[in-house]
Design a binder for this molecule. Structure first.
Ligand SMILES: *Cc1c(COP(=O)(O)O)cnc(C)c1O
Length: 376
């Protein structure tokens, strides 16, 4: 095939320019303005969160979430190991210590048993963890009921990294609204984009106001420039918020399209016993941001997964392995880890397939044929 197939390219709705033009016409070319206020309001309406703060990236939102919860040096944060590095790095920004938690094999997200082992271990040595960061990998909600139960029981804050999960639901409620704070990303590869950006969601207005203050250089509310705290320049621009508004109008359509991709892939490949997809448990609705699969039941699975990745990329089909777990990264391998190597296995056997919303069924056919012919 002649054109390159990307993993998850941006897909404009055509409604973005209207909001960008409004910004130009009213001269709100700044990190304040009407698009920002409206985008935050629309995010609340869409997710059901009481409050929202738009910022310059998902990573900034995570950093602000930790600061708003008062996480700092001496604190332990229990973080899902199988994720993108941006989940863990903000723990280092605030000088806290990340401890990594393995995945379970259904949703591939944080294993509640490993989480409880870690909590009990730290309680037994008198160091109560301050916060948990759970991720909804590739849009699949984690086992929130169990994780929320543990966070309540042991009185530990929960941050939901829903960067990949806008539009996903758990028991009818939107991902990102279960934790004390949830974060979203609008990077170019996510389900909707502002070219680059993120948001923090919370029902607690105190966290949002604290984060808004820190994101605006921590300027005290007086007429002159008065500062008592180190702040950041993390606000979203009014132009980017305009892109976000045009994108948010079609988010449900994008979710439908991503889920249709998954249906095509699984329709073609489910009959192959070597292939397992990330499972959507009952009561859970994934946006299927990326279709991800695992090669198993093959003695040479790792070779298989690598072969398939090589073959796909050789044919101008952008595909990636599953995230390499944080506890196996040179950056974090000295940190404590609790679990049973599920995330390691997913990394070794797992592949993310092109999942953009402009894919043709013929593209998926073509991709599936390459996968099937390189399985053994
Ligand atoms: C994309 C992503 C982030 C970071 O978001 P940015 O907007 O790129 O800073 C954090 N966590 C996960 C799981 C992500 O996929």
């Amino acid at each position: 095939m002649k054109y390159k197939i990307y993993l998850s390219p941006p897909h404009m709705s055509g409604r973005e320019m209207k909001y960008i033009e409004e910004a130009f016409d009213s001269n709100w070319i700044a990190p304040v303005g009407p698009n920002i206020d409206a985008f935050e309001e629309e995010l609340c309406q869409y997710t059901g969160s009481r409050h929202a703060l738009s910022v310059s990236s998902g990573t900034a939102a995570l950093h602000l979430a930790l600061l708003a919860l008062g996480v700092g040096p001496e604190d332990i944060v229990l973080c899902q190991s199988l994720t993108f590095v941006a989940t863990a790095n903000p723990i280092m920004y605030v000088g806290a210590t990340p401890v990594f938690i393995d995945s379970e094999s259904v949703t591939w997200n944080m294993c509640p048993n490993a989480l409880e082992d870690a909590i009990r271990h730290y309680l037994s040595i008198g160091k109560k963890p301050k916060a948990v960061i759970v991720v909804h990998l590739y849009g699949m909600p984690a086992m929130l009921r169990e994780i929320l139960y543990l966070c309540k029981k042991y009185e530990i804050y929960l941050i939901e990294d829903a960067a990949e999960a806008l539009g996903s639901e758990y028991q009818g409620r939107k991902a990102g609204t279960f934790g004390d704070i949830g974060i979203l990303s609008f990077n170019g590869n996510k389900i909707i984009t502002t070219s680059g950006g993120g948001a923090m969601l919370s029902d607690n207005v105190k966290y949002i106001e604290r984060a808004r203050f820190l994101a605006t250089q921590a300027r005290e509310p007086v007429l002159h420039y008065e500062h008592q705290t180190v702040g950041y320049n993390y606000r979203m621009s009014n132009i980017c918020a305009g892109i976000g508004r045009g994108q948010l109008e079609v988010v449900d359509e994008r979710v439908r399209q991503r889920r249709a991709n998954f249906q095509f892939y699984s329709g073609h490949l489910d009959k192959l016993q070597e292939i397992n997809f990330q499972k959507e448990p009952i009561g859970v609705f994934s946006n299927r941001w990326l279709t991800a699969l695992k090669i198993s039941k093959s003695p040479t699975y790792q070779k298989s997964a690598n072969n398939i990745l090589n073959e796909l990329n050789k044919n101008r089909i952008e595909s990636r392995s599953i995230w390499k777990p944080m506890h196996l990264q040179p950056l974090y391998c000295e940190h404590k880890y609790f679990g049973n190597n599920i995330s390691k296995e997913l990394f070794e056997k797992g592949i993310c397939l092109p999942s953009g919303t402009t894919l043709w069924e013929a593209d998926i056919d073509y991709i599936c044929n390459i996968i099937a012919s390189n399985l053994r």
